[in-house]
Design a protein around this ligand. Structure first.
Ligand code: SF4
Ligand code: SF4
Length: 314
């Protein structure tokens, strides 16, 4: 039996399942709504299949990432019994500084729409601190490859550590917090990051940030702080028109898994990727990431592309 099959049976996985279920059973948490999306169990599916070459070499990375997911749920027990709900002066600035010193490239704040919470999951609070972390450009540019997959996994691990660190600091300050891990998260992060003003969702279904284009991973910390400085607008909405005239990711996706015209659901949610087409290729070829690599925002500065867009319009 491949080692990845053993990994899929790890006790850590069972503990994560149990804690996710317990959170879902709690009353005073943010639950999904009827038409919330189902989480695609990418980690389990990948480990079960055991193909694609890289997973065995990634085992140590995978184990430390799983530990981070476990910690994000287990640490909920350490939340204060009567948490503070109002950020005192300096708290938000301290958290932003901590995040940036820990390698976070951008940070924003948004209220979570229950439609973004995955079915049969839950999060502790609707108040979210959302952050993006850059992935190594040189290695992403080799996608699909083991080197690319390694940088993705390292970013999951490192960003998970930052989410846990921020949650721990908030608890020390008297607030309650739930670290939303970048891998196996309990809510959809791209629309949350868009609501937080971190960027705009591209036709590849990934948030495109001004700092690093789509070459980022996302995570969040859900907190009892009710007066977060929520984003009120989004200056990156022009990216939608840029995508319309670009469509490079759609043409370059090896199994043609991107819809081109995102599927609009009755509740207004958009789906960009056909997982049934993406996953087999993703699984066979080191987590793919071609749709990140080929995006012009991965190669050219945001302001340059914005100027180009203006030129097209004039
Ligand atoms: S990860 Fe690969 S297969 Fe999946 S949508 Fe992106 S380019 Fe297509
Ligand atoms: S490759 Fe082009 S269409 Fe796809 S997300 Fe990037 S800018 Fe948008």
């Amino acid at each position: 039996m491949p080692i990845t099959h053993h990994l899929a049976r790890l006790r850590t996985f069972k503990a994560i399942d149990r804690m996710e279920d317990e959170l879902h059973q709690c009353r005073d948490v943010l639950h999904p709504v009827e038409d919330s999306p189902e989480r695609f169990e990418i980690v389990r599916e990948r480990l079960k299949s055991g193909t694609g070459g890289a997973p065995v070499r990634m085992v140590p990375l995978m184990i430390s990432t799983l530990k981070g997911i476990h910690e994000s749920l287990q640490s909920l027990e350490t939340n204060p019994a009567a948490p503070k709900t109002h950020a005192e002066p300096g708290v938000i600035e301290e958290i932003e500084t901590l995040a940036r010193q820990s390698g976070i490239s951008s940070i924003g704040f948004a209220k979570v729409d229950p439609r973004w919470v995955f079915r049969e999951k839950a999060i502790l609070y609707p108040h979210a601190i959302v952050f993006a972390m850059e992935m190594d450009k040189q290695r992403i540019d080799t996608a699909p490859s083991a080197a690319c997959m390694k940088t993705v996994m390292e970013t999951y691990r490192d960003q998970g550590r930052v989410a846990n660190k921020i949650a721990a600091r908030l608890r020390q300050l008297g607030y309650s917090a739930h670290a939303g891990h970048p891998l196996m998260g309990l809510a959809l992060y791209p629309p949350l990051a868009q609501a937080a003003g971190l960027g705009w969702m591209g036709l590849n279904g990934i948030i495109i940030t001004p700092e690093h284009g789509p070459r980022v991973r996302l995570a969040a910390v859900f907190t009892s702080i009710e007066n977060l400085p929520y984003s009120t607008g989004n200056e990156h909405a022009w990216i939608e028109a840029y995508c319309d005239s670009c469509r490079v990711c759609i043409h370059k996706c090896p199994p043609q898994a991107l819809y081109g015209e995102p599927v609009r659901h009755e509740n207004g949610q958009l789906t960009y990727v056909d997982n049934k087409r993406c996953f087999p290729y993703f699984n066979e070829y080191y987590g793919c990431s071609v749709c990140i690599k080929v995006c012009p925002f991965n190669h050219k500065p945001y302001e340059k592309l914005k100027a180009l867009r203006r030129h097209w319009e004039s």
